[in-house]
Ligand binder design. Structure first.
Ligand SMILES: Cc1cc2nc3c(=O)[nH]c(=O)nc-3n(C[C@H](O)[C@H](O)[C@H](O)COP(=O)(O)OP(=O)(O)OC[C@H]3O[C@@H](n4cnc5c(N)ncnc54)[C@H](O)[C@@H]3O)c2cc1C
Length: 449
């Protein structure tokens, strides 16, 4: 594979240098690569990514209307340009190269491949058409090639979003934004077009627990109250006067601010024009109802609900589409044992076996912000330089020919820069880019041979 940035100095050093493969180019992979590149130990770090595009959930998870958050990718771009770091795209470890072969070619392997699958809903009717997991739905509006063909039907009036975390808020916000509000985003074309035709007027965000336990961060919750074409609503009777004792002060402050927000939402005019985003609590989904496709979600009311006894124990909310944002789970990886309820790989503070490490969501489970992954990266780099020795391992040179023989068209960071430039050049109006949503289009735009 051509790569103009392979530095002769590093390859031609008299002493072997530590050869490290990082699997996955999301935040955790880049933070680990940056920490290794900045260490005192000479290293060559190859970041393998199954897509031709880097940056993991920054590109495919973080909401398209949150461009400021996505700008962290510029920092990762600097890491990709570091002379000791090489981006190797369009190569999936476990499919194009086995983990065993990768480990044979490198002194250390760091798994940073994230936790990409939706946790199963596990209730009757969960497989009805019209029920989607948030990972798939978010991937669809962000133009992830795996989900470009999802084609969710937005023609109905009512959506139910299950879950009380920030991903649920992202989905509610994207379903509610006006075309004008999305103009400056990098939402995929297919999603922008479908949302512009959307008939959805009632967006119900449902949590199993109360408003004081919701995992929403306050900035994101407040943002829901500022949407141009939607009114946020809550039922004042479900909002407690106070929070339980014993909460850590920071947590308490955040939850108290959330309660203030819900109190404001409870004052909103439910008859205001436009869409309604209604927050409901203490409601456990027990079945998805429908003949041939989803029509409603049945909930059981928790005893903690102040409405318990004064309202039916079970109730249905009409739903033309359901998005389950109830968490993610790890994809089995080359037979390595899972842990944390299938939300991570079993590991001892980032170490799986000699020479095999894990960082990010795959290490800790799917929680934490982008910056949380930095700590993992720093810690694993320290461990690797302390525990691994440069053995003269061949690195990518041992694999390149095998990939070519298999017909795998590996891409590099220059290819990505060409794809990036083409996306930026194709942007319309205030949008920052117009995304490619298939691997074939990406490779073509990047000029990948
Ligand atoms: C919908 C959503 C919105 C979010 N919004 C925010 C936000 O606004 N702000 C914030 O701070 N945090 C946000 N987060 C959290 C943040 O995205 C994560 O903390 C972070 O992306 C986790 O990084 P990671 O590197 O562990 O995994 P990922 O970002 O998932 O990266 C994993 C990478 O590995 C690649 N990969 C997978 N398997 C293989 C393989 N076999 N071979 C090669 N490559 C592979 C994937 O393609 C991907 O590029 C959000 C998360 C989600 C899901």
């Amino acid at each position: 594979m051509p790569d103009s940035r392979v530095t002769g100095g590093l390859w031609m050093s008299e002493h072997p240098i530590l050869q490290v493969a990082v699997v996955g180019s999301g935040p955790s992979g880049f933070y680990a690569a940056a920490a290794l590149a900045g260490s005192q130990t000479p290293c060559r770090i190859d970041i393998f990514e199954r897509l031709p595009s880097p940056y993991g959930l920054i590109r495919a998870g973080v909401a398209p209307d949150h461009q400021t958050t996505k700008s962290i990718q510029d920092v990762f771009g600097e890491t990709a340009r570091h002379p000791a770091v090489r981006f190797i795209g369009n190569v999936e470890i476990g499919r194009d190269i086995s983990l065993a072969d990768l480990r044979g070619a490198y002194d250390a392997v760091v798994l940073a491949s994230g936790v990409p699958e939706d946790a199963p809903l596990g209730i009757a009717g969960a497989d009805l058409p019209g029920v989607h997991g948030a990972a798939a739905f978010v991937g669809w509006y962000n133009g992830h090639p795996d989900f470009s063909g999802l084609a969710p039907d937005l023609a109905g009036r009512s959506a139910v979003i299950l879950g009380n975390g920030n991903v649920a808020l992202d989905v509610a916000r994207i379903l509610s934004r006006t075309e004008e509000e999305l103009a400056a985003s990098d939402i995929a074309d297919h999603a922008a077009e479908a949302l512009a035709r959307s008939g959805l007027m009632h967006i119900n965000v449902m949590g199993r627990r109360g408003p004081g336990e919701a995992k929403f961060t306050n900035v994101e919750l407040q943002e829901i109250g500022t949407l141009q074409g939607a009114t946020a609503l809550a039922d004042a009777r479900q909002i407690p006067e106070d929070l339980p004792d014993g909460l850590p002060p920071r947590d308490r402050r955040m939850r108290a601010k959330n309660l203030d927000c819900f109190r404001r939402f409870a004052q909103s005019d439910p008859g205001a024009p436009g869409r309604r985003i209604r927050f409901g609590f203490f409601a456990r989904p027990i079945a998805i109802l429908g003949t041939g496709r989803v029509e409603a979600v049945r909930f059981a009311r928790a005893e903690q609900d102040p409405l318990f006894r004064s309202a039916p124990d079970e109730f249905d909310i009409p739903a033309d589409i359901v998005i389950a944002s109830i968490g993610y789970r790890a994809r089995p990886f080359s037979g390595l044992p899972l842990a944390e309820g299938e939300r991570a790989l079993a590991n001892d503070d980032g170490r799986i076996e000699d020479g095999l490490y894990v960082v990010g969501w795959l290490k800790r489970g799917p929680s934490g912000k982008i910056a949380t992954n930095r700590l993992d990266g720093d810690a694993i780099a320290e461990r690797i330089v302390a525990e691994c020795t440069a053995s003269g391992a061949p690195g990518f040179s041992a694999l390149a020919e095998r990939l070519a023989d298999k017909g795998v068209r590996a891409s590099n960071f220059d290819h990505w820069l060409r794809m990036d430039a083409a996306e930026i050049a194709a942007a319309r109006g205030p949008a920052p880019r117009r995304k490619f949503t298939t691997i074939a289009d990406m490779l073509r735009a990047g000029g990948v041979a």
